[in-house]
Design a binder for this molecule. Sequence first.
Ligand code: SF4
Ligand code: FES
Length: 266
Amino acid sequence: MKLTLKIWRQKSAKDKGAFASYPMDNVSSEMSMLECLDVLNETLIERGEEPVAFEHDCREGICGSCGFMINGVAHGPQRATTVCQLTMRHFKDGEELIIEPWRAGAFPQIKDLVVDRRAFDRIIAAGGYISVSTGNAPDGNVIPVGKEIADRSMDAAACIGCGACVAACPNAAAALFTGAKISHLSVLPQGAPERDHRAVNMVAQMNAEDFGGCTNIGECTAVCPKEIPLEVIAIMNRDYIRGSWKKRSDEITTTAPVTGWSSERS
Ligand code: SF4
Ligand code: FES
């Protein structure tokens, strides 16, 4: 099939970007989108031109490295599919594809289709782990976890940190990602001891980055390649509110002066 790839080219954050058109003949419908870019890059290298920079690693939909907009849709037209798993059969012969990087203030441009997603790492570092001593590795099934709870945790843990949810959100919010990272631990008994301050710290870090606020539009879950449900945002909000109140009442308890008020008057 013949396709024209109209790709955003930008040498660096400091340079001005622009679209460049690349007509391609003989695109196999069996190729993935990334393989199609590989073929284009071979041609560009042969012509002595700079290849298109894009991120990838596993090419199996599990690492979260890849991702860009195709015709305005994060990861392209196929639901629940990363661009590394998206095959060219989903496009029509003769079609023009507009390929752009994620656009979000919190994801600064690096080059071509590559943006800096380290804001996600900083959110994880703020609490997306379990630090309480858990002793030696326990035998399997020592802590009973019901099937429904295990499924909810697994559904949230499927988030690969690709950033499509941010790119699709009109507010560039990171609520689906942060909610997934909070709730896959919080719903399990092992994650319960740190549940409250995990949510408070991770939401505080999310707010400190340049992400927008969540207004429950739902574009995030519509484009998520792992179909993370909006429910994780509700879990995040509940944990955050409870954690904030607990933090406040702990601060009031520990900072209130001991006056001996009642005994002095009795
Ligand atoms: S929630 Fe979905 S879209 Fe967002 S980072 Fe995780 S896998 Fe990607
Ligand atoms: S390259 Fe790993 S998810 Fe696409």
